[in-house]
Design a protein around this ligand. Structure first.
Ligand code: 9UX
Length: 72
């Protein structure tokens, strides 16, 4: 059972930042897919909540050097 979440991301200064985040999220166990839209400053992530928590997703983005919050 997977879950989809959208996170707001701030602090991306060039388009390659989006790729960095996609790669960082994508290699986490439990993440099925991660797509980051640089222009919209949003990440769309599909993950298995039995394997990885939403908080871990946000922490990973912050460790990469960006700020993030749940999109509302
Ligand atoms: Mo561009 Mo982002 O040189 O971490 S990749 S600013």
């Amino acid at each position: 059972e997977t879950k989809q979440t959208t996170l707001q991301i701030t602090g991306m200064t060039c388009a390659a930042c989006a790729n960095r985040i996609e790669k960082g999220l994508g290699k986490l166990e439990g993440v099925a897919s991660a797509n980051v839209n640089f222009a919209l400053e949003k990440a769309s992530i599909t993950y298995d909540p039995a394997i990885i928590g939403a908080q871990n997703l946000e922490e990973t983005i912050k460790k990469l050097g960006y700020d993030t919050a749940k999109d509302v």
